[in-house]
Structures are given as structure tokens and as C-alpha cells.
Design a protein. Structure first.
Length: 253
């Protein structure tokens, strides 16, 4: 990545702003796709290069080498739950401006990740399973806990079988720590224990993932915003210095 490319990444850019009306930024924002390509085209923890291209017809981002062939897709991972029936009774009690301010932060690059985007055995992708499972409800903290347990050999999570279908992708990063560092997710993990930092109190996957009252929603929102802002700062530091370590400190929770 050249210096001019790094400077193209604006972590304050709202990826909805170059998305056609009524379309999903994850698939239709050209800026978001370019940012993903620039950020994640870099050496893997093994030191081997992982180059992504936008030129493969029908693919969002594509990699093909002796490592394997990978089709990646973007996913916005900080849901505001606007439009979700399960959250309607809570969101109806919030001011629209309060909700939109949250959405503005969530639609920056810090609120987006990439996962394998091609179906295997006609089953759900990771993106699809994250959104459809009520015990995940699109939340990145809960998704990352499933990923952490997957690397530890535990498939007994809401996403366990889905992640297993894409084991070759996760193998690229070697370990959970390698995965976290590669995608600049350090601010969602306790650096002392290696545990995931949750946006709401977590006692297992038995509880609903969607906040159940206004106080819980605001707590979820505040921790989500703190994570996105910290990750944006980390992304900005990496993009400017070509480093994926030594960025801003961990989140204050």
C-alpha cells in the first residue's frame, strides 16, 4: 500500500453518503469497498501476502493464491436496530436525533468488517447467520465471542456450525489473537485476559441479544460507539503508519 493510498482512508466518512438511495452500503458503497481492500490487503500473521482485488466479476473482494480462493463481503456490525420489530418498543421511546447520531457513527469504516461472502452447501453465510440468529442479532461483540470459542475448538455457540464451514478462512490468521490483530479489533478484547469485551452484561448465549429496555439500549449504544471510535482511531493510525499495533488504548469499560 502506497502512502497516497493510506491517505485515502477517511475514518469519519459515512459510507451511506455514496450509496444509491434504498441500497445497502455493504454492497453498494464504492468507498467502503475500497477502504476494505486497502486495509486488509496486507501480510497475514504468517507473513504471507494476502492481496484483495475488486476486479473479479461478481465478487465484492477476491483473493486467489496458493493459500486458497476467498470471496469476501462487507458487513456492518454495529446495528442501531432501527426497523427491527424486536426493538420497536424500545426505540419508540427514543428521540430520532439520538438514534441517528448512533447510526452516523456505525456507518463509518470502524463499524464494518469483512467475512467470507459465498454460500457453502447452500447454507447461510456468516453475515446472514449473524443477522438471523436471535442470540447474536448482528452484534459484533457476540460474533467475536463465537469466533474466540471457535479458535478454542468450541462449536457449541449460535454461530459454531457456520464458522466451521469457513474454517479455511479462519485458518489464515492462525489464532484468535492473529485474527483480532489482523482486523484491528483489539479494542473489543481485554488485553490482559484475552476475553471479549461485551456491550451488555454477558452470562452466556441464553439471553436475548437485542436490548430489552431504554437503559440497556443506551448502554449498548455507548459501548458500541466507544468501540467504533477506538477502532477508527486504530485504523487511522495503521493507515498512516502501515502498522497494525501500537494504536490507541483499549476501551474504557
Amino acid at each position: 500500500m502506497g502512502e497516497s493510498d493510506r491517505q485515502e482512508i477517511d475514518t469519519s466518512f459515512d459510507v451511506r453518503s455514496d450509496t444509491p438511495p434504498g441500497k445497502d452500503p455493504d454492497s453498494h458503497s464504492a468507498t467502503l469497498r475500497r477502504y476494505h481492500r486497502l486495509l486488509w490487503s496486507k501480510p497475514l500473521p504468517s507473513g504471507r501476502p494476502f492481496e484483495l482485488v475488486e476486479t473479479r466479476r461478481g465478487a465484492y473482494l477476491h483473493h486467489d493464491s496458493e493459500l486458497g480462493e476467498f470471496f469476501l463481503a462487507s458487513d456492518s456490525v454495529i446495528p442501531s436496530y432501527k426497523g427491527w420489530a424486536l426493538a420497536a418498543s424500545v426505540l419508540d421511546r427514543l428521540d430520532e436525533g439520538e438514534l441517528e447520531a448512533f447510526r452516523d457513527v456505525g456507518y463509518t469504516i470502524g463499524g464494518c468488517v469483512v467475512f467470507p461472502g459465498i454460500q457453502i452447501e447452500r447454507k447461510q453465510t456468516i453475515n446472514g447467520a449473524r443477522g438471523m440468529h436471535p442470540r447474536i442479532a448482528d452484534r459484533m461483540d457476540l460474533t467475536l465471542e463465537c469466533v474466540r470459542r471457535f479458535y478454542a475448538g468450541d462449536l457449541d455457540t449460535p454461530l459454531g456450525s457456520t464458522l466451521q464451514r469457513y474454517a479455511d478462512f479462519f485458518a489464515l490468521f492462525g489464532t484468535f489473537e492473529g485474527y483480532v490483530d489482523f482486523f484491528l479489533l483489539q479494542d473489543l478484547v481485554d488485553e490482559q485476559t484475552g476475553d471479549v469485551r461485551f456491550f451488555l452484561p454477558f452470562g452466556g448465549f441464553g439471553a436475548p441479544a437485542v436490548p430489552q429496555d431504554v437503559d440497556a439500549y443506551r448502554s449498548y449504544r455507548d459501548y458500541s460507539v466507544a468501540f467504533v471510535e477506538a477502532r477508527n482511531a486504530r485504523i487511522d493510525a495503521w493507515a498512516r503508519q502501515a502498522l497494525d499495533q501500537g494504536g490507541p488504548g483499549a476501551l474504557p469499560f
